[in-house]
Design a protein around this ligand. Structure first.
Ligand code: NAD
Length: 336
């Protein structure tokens, strides 16, 4: 009972302390169809921003490449020249950028969001980046009276187009509802993970497992094919057996086994090998910092880095199958 009382008193104290911030959240939610800023209109950002437009939110956007902006402009978005200009016009902003340095630039650079951010602005970063950078951005935003949350996504370009993404959200819990209002327009699942950076932590863990699963599927399929099995039959057997995983049943890396996946389209589109190598690098970094053994994650990181250096950088990450196929043994020389 005493613990319950202490808990509610703490909550009351926290609420009092955040009185001003909560008032700002309320005004943001009440003005729910006020403009939303969107920065980073690439493979993922563009369909995400379109889904906000479809839900009736005016979108004010920017990207360093003007051609990325054209399509969204044609769908009704207002395009501005810099993140600072977007921050001047919108009090809810979503960023979807390639990696940590881009996020640092867009938030804290000379034309960055924080140059013009309004007090109480909600900043949601959906890029996959280092959790420690998310924490740094949250502190920098707090100094300007704004709120930063990390909300990386799982699901590729297809899920982004169909508003079926999964968002993993880290940040102040009191702000979660305000973030959720926007994120549900772009995703099927929105999960609150805890303090800022925990969304990134969940995302990095997922992608490390995804990479390990994809490499395992690719080498298994390759072995089976070399042993004379038909790839479609082998995939069918795996998918009704204990070896089944997402890479075997939903994203098979062998050309011709499934339709509508990058392996059927010369590994074009999908989730790039460079982005996977980046995410595995983040997993390595965080594992080193926390002294966590991740031997298979390390190996997966090295495999994807080598692939990037060997011409696979712009292919989907399932091209690890093709990469393995190309590692043919030298034919045995006579007399060996
Ligand atoms: P992308 O490279 O296609 O798009 C990023 C966009 O950001 C580009 O249009 C680029 O011009 C823009 N940009 C970069 N620096 C900028 C700056 N300073 N100012 C304004 N715009 C800038 O990347 P993507 O595939 O859309 O991925 C975005 C993020 O989502 C990455 O962190 C990625 O790891 C993650 N992600 C991608 C997928 C996927 O399937 N592609 C899936 C899940 C998560």
């Amino acid at each position: 009972m005493a613990a319950l009382f202490r808990g509610s008193r703490n909550l009351l104290q926290r609420c009092n302390k955040q009185h001003v911030d909560l008032a700002l959240v309320c005004s943001r939610s009440m003005a729910s169809k006020t403009p939303v800023g969107f920065i980073g209109l690439g493979n993922m950002g563009s369909p995400m921003a379109k889904n906000l437009l479809r839900h009736g939110y005016p979108v004010i956007a920017t990207d360093v490449f003007p051609e990325s902006c054209k399509e969204l402009q044609d769908e009704g978005a207002q395009i501005l020249d810099s993140p600072a200009e977007v921050a001047d016009k919108a009090d809810r902003i979503i960023t979807m950028l390639p990696s940590s340095p881009n996020v640092i630039e867009v938030y804290t650079g000379p034309n960055g969001i924080l140059k013009k951010v309004k007090k109480g602005t909600l900043l949601i970063d959906s890029s996959t980046i280092d959790p420690s950078v998310s924490k740094e951005m949250a502190l920098a935003a707090e100094k300007m009276g704004a709120v930063f949350m990390d909300a990386p996504v799982s699901g590729g370009v297809g899920a982004a187009s169909l508003a079926k993404l999964t968002f993993m959200v880290g940040g102040v819990e009191e702000e979660y509802t305000a973030a959720q209002e926007l994120l549900t327009c772009m995703g099927a699942n929105v999960v609150y993970c805890g303090q800022v950076g925990t969304g990134q932590a969940a995302k990095i863990c997922n992608n490390m497992l995804l990479a390990i699963g994809m490499i395992g599927t690719a080498e298994t399929m390759n072995l089976g094919i070399r042993l004379g099995l038909d790839p479609k039959l082998l995939a069918q057997i795996l998918n009704m057996s204990s070896g089944r995983c997402w890479s075997s049943d939903s994203y098979n890396p062998v050309p011709g086994v499934m339709e509508g996946v990058p392996s059927g389209n010369n590994y074009q589109g999908g989730f790039g090998t460079t982005l996977m190598a980046k995410d595995l690098g983040l997993a390595q970094h965080t594992a080193t910092n926390t002294k966590t053994p991740v031997p298979l994650g390390s190996l997966a990181h090295q495999i994807y880095r080598v692939m990037c250096a060997r011409g696979y950088a712009n292919k989907d990450f399932s091209s690890v199958f093709q990469f393995l196929r190309e590692q043919e043994d030298e034919p045995e020389k006579k007399g060996d």
